[in-house]
Design a protein around this ligand. Structure first.
Ligand code: SF4
Length: 119
């Protein structure tokens, strides 16, 4: 099965395709990619896609009403909507420090939800 992708590793945004090929060195054939990082991305995208998640949450007792947050590293793509539900339900009270863990070990992945700034 051939999958068409757009590599999101760098701003070049190469349009590419990947196809399972047991005779190829890595088990896949590629087209449209211009570097090895793109090959690694394409393999991961069809085997276990992940994404960094950034958003904001409501904060009380701070000079702004919303606190920017992000995951400390990428989480499984299929958990994004579930994670957004957790983020939407989350309320914190200031002060909060940049990097402070707000939700620990999302879905048992070892990835935390952290504050992106102090507020
Ligand atoms: S294949 Fe390489 S150059 Fe192209 S978008 Fe991906 S990382 Fe950038």
């Amino acid at each position: 099965m051939k999958r068409e992708l757009i590599c999101i590793v760098c701003p070049m945004g190469c349009h590419c395709s990947i196809e399972v090929d047991a005779t190829a060195p890595k088990g896949y054939t590629f087209s449209g990619l211009t570097c090895k990082r793109g090959e690694d991305y394409a393999i991961k995208e069809i085997t276990e896609p992940t994404r960094m998640l950034t958003s904001t949450i409501r904060i009380e007792g701070a000079r702004l009403p919303r606190l920017p947050v992000r995951t400390s590293s990428a989480i499984p793509k299929e958990r994004i909507y579930e994670c957004m539900g957790m983020i939407n339900a989350l309320r914190v009270t200031g002060p909060v420090s940049m990097g402070q863990v707000l939700i620990k070990d999302l879905f048992g992945t070892g990835v935390n939800l952290i504050a992106s700034r102090s507020l």
